[in-house]
Design a protein around this ligand. Structure first.
Ligand code: SF4
Length: 372
């Protein structure tokens, strides 16, 4: 499974340590249990349905934010068939994409997984299907020993785009077998995106991160998200301070071009996904990257900066003004965060930040003009 010799950093992902005796943290940081519409189906964002295809994984990551499934498996997540879920997605035409998660969907048998993928591929209003998996790190043989199944995925991908969201935390996870599995998926025309969790003592250094990025680039995997480790029960020791994490993100950007480093550094919480965008002496700055309240997507906010801070609560959020939708604001705004957050931007585009309605109209007009 692991290329690294014991007792290497990667073993910390799967082996329990004495630090887990510090029994604090949450088992549902994202408040996912309130997103269930049916057993096995979460509908948190209007455009995305998340199917908990199984609660089984090929390995158990100590920091898993769905640890509650492992410590107290919910029987209702063991879905006998997916008929009700398919029916729900068919009826909800606002859903444009589906994420298969869990657990790891690739731990399902071929027939069971295809019984989910095939009807999904027939739903017209879906643009694509995502499959979230760490199988390439834990059990790449699931792919390499199943060429017929990969062929099936290839065929389905022609009908409906299938994106494989892989999960690598360290460059040492790229064993020979893993490389072979990636090649098979690449050759089948599937696009691979990577999600990584930032983990203290495992990958929170520039050498590991650049090595990981280099491996992703070499294997044609698109870097997607780096997640701040959540305050999950018994895994707080794996969290990196947000200040250190944001400094590390800056270092990565200095060493690899944006063409390679497409990672966004994200805090996932009950409000949605928050992108970490920078810091100064007093504050950490964020953007609502994808909000449960879709009106908030794009809004900017800050929380007081503290060297030891690893998380924040929604009560600590201070919204920045002007709170324009970023897609309108970004092409017009000054590039530095200092200018971005000051009361009157120096380019004269906005007369007054308090007059948001007028500013939005102006911004829209100028954006339209600049796009011509
Ligand atoms: S592979 Fe994903 S779902 Fe499974 S234990 Fe690890 S983080 Fe959790």
């Amino acid at each position: 499974m692991l290329k690294q010799k014991s007792p290497g950093a990667l073993y910390k992902i799967v082996l329990p340590t004495a630090e887990e005796a510090y029994d604090v943290g949450s088992l549902d940081v994202m408040d996912e249990e309130s997103d269930y519409k049916l057993p096995g189906l979460q509908h948190r964002y209007p455009d995305t349905a998340l199917i908990m295809a199984t609660d089984i994984c090929a390995g158990f990551c100590r920091y898993c934010f769905r640890k509650r499934k492992a410590v107290a498996p919910l029987n209702d997540d063991k879905i006998e068939n997916f008929d009700d879920i398919i029916d729900y997605i068919e009826r909800h035409t606002e859903i444009s994409n589906v994420l298969l998660s869990g657990g790891d969907p690739f731990t399902l048998g071929n027939n069971k997984l295809l019984s989910l993928l095939e009807p999904l591929a027939n739903i017209e209003h879906l643009n694509y299907i995502r499959i979230g998996t760490k199988i390439l790190a834990y059990l790449p043989q699931r792919i390499t020993e199943e060429p017929e199944f990969v062929e099936k995925l290839k065929e389905l991908n022609k009908k409906k785009l299938i994106k494989i969201i892989v999960h690598f935390d360290h460059d040492e996870e790229f064993s020979k077998e893993t490389t072979k599995a990636i090649e098979m998926l690449n050759n089948a025309g599937l696009t691979l995106y990577d999600q990584t969790v930032l983990l203290k003592g495992i990958n929170d250094d520039i050498v590991t991160m650049t090595n990981l990025l280099d491996q992703l680039t070499a294997h044609k995997i698109i870097p997607y998200y780096i997640f701040q480790a959540m305050p999950v029960k018994q895994s707080l020791h794996l969290q990196v301070s947000l200040l250190d994490a944001m400094s590390l993100m800056n270092e990565i950007s200095k060493t690899r071009s944006p063409l390679e480093n497409k990672f966004k550094f994200i805090i996932p919480n009950e409000l949605g996904k928050m992108e970490c965008i920078g810091f100064d002496d007093n504050y950490l700055y964020f953007k609502h990257h994808k909000s449960v309240d879709s009106l908030k997507t794009g809004e900017l906010f800050k929380v007081p900066c503290d060297k030891k801070r690893t998380w924040f609560s929604k009560e600590e959020i201070i919204y920045l003004k002007p709170s324009l939708n970023s897609s309108i604001y970004e092409p017009l705004c000054p590039t530095s965060l200092r200018e971005f957050t000051q009361e009157k931007p120096s380019n004269g585009v906005f007369d007054s930040v308090s007059n948001n309605k007028q500013n939005v109209t102006k911004a829209k007009q100028l954006h339209k003009r600049s796009a011509l």
